[in-house]
Design a protein around this ligand. Structure first.
Ligand SMILES: [Zn+2]
Length: 242
């Protein structure tokens, strides 16, 4: 029984993708904001755009920041945060940039692609809240350009975050994927690594993934929030029985 396995596991690592946040109602920026419908993110969300087409860059990310500020973490985020604070979950690794895990109270979230919750100065590195973008304040006190703290196309992922995620994946005894299609690298790298090091691999995703074949459990027909709620209830029951 999975709940029992989670309760008894030495190290549970959670890995979340876009499916985790769609349950918050957070729409894909393309569907909600017509202006950007014909714009390719790989053209505006780049380091080149930041340098050469900064007006469009600011407008694009302001739209995305406003989107994230408009929505909240869902029940699934809160259950994971609770588990992490109780020590039931060792680490949350996420592909999402909405910052919902942190907003829900989870400690030490490994955000592979950064976060839209903060912006920072491209020159001096000073951090600011994303309210700056909401207020259309795009420049630091030092005169440098404020950019969202996400990994842009053309930039490398944070080495420190990658290293931590690698170590945590290797050490995990249960690795649970929530709402990721596992098609983009390095998303597919971590569950595979965990499995190679002997973890029990669980994939909860509405669609099949390329790693279903090596997973110990694949759950397709239950929403993530419902799955986590069920697990949380079962774990609570198990604790009462002891
Ligand atoms: Zn600065």
């Amino acid at each position: 029984m999975l709940a029992e396995k989670i309760r008894d596991a030495k190290s549970v690592v959670i890995f979340t993708g876009a499916g985790m946040s769609t349950e918050s109602g957070l729409p894909d920026f393309r569907s909600s904001h017509g202006v950007w419908q014909n714009v390719n993110p790989s053209e505006v969300a780049t380091i080149e755009a930041l340098n050469n087409n900064v007006t469009q860059f600011f407008e694009f990310y302001r739209t995305r920041v406003l989107g994230v500020r408009e929505y909240q973490p869902n029940q699934g985020h809160y259950i994971l945060a609770k588990w992490a604070n109780e020590g039931l979950v060792s680490t949350i690794i996420t592909q999402n940039v909405d910052g919902f895990h942190t907003a829900a109270g989870a400690p030490e979230v490994l955000e592979l692609h950064g976060t839209l919750r903060t912006v920072h100065c491209q020159t001096c590195g000073k951090k600011y809240s994303n309210v700056m973008y909401e207020k259309q304040t795009y420049y630091c006190q030092c005169g440098g350009t404020l950019r969202p703290s996400v990994v842009l196309f053309g930039e490398f992922l944070d080495e420190h975050v990658m290293f931590k995620a690698t170590v945590k994946s290797e050490k995990s005894t249960i690795f649970i994927v929530l709402g990721s299609s596992l098609t983009v690298s390095p998303a597919n790298y971590f569950p595979e690594l965990a499995k190679q090091h002997g973890a029990y691999l669980v994939i909860v995703n509405a669609e099949p993934t390329p790693l279903d074949a090596i997973a110990d459990e694949v759950i397709q027909h239950e929403r993530i929030g419902a799955f986590l709620t069920r697990m949380d209830e079962e774990i609570t029951q198990l604790r009462k029985q002891r």
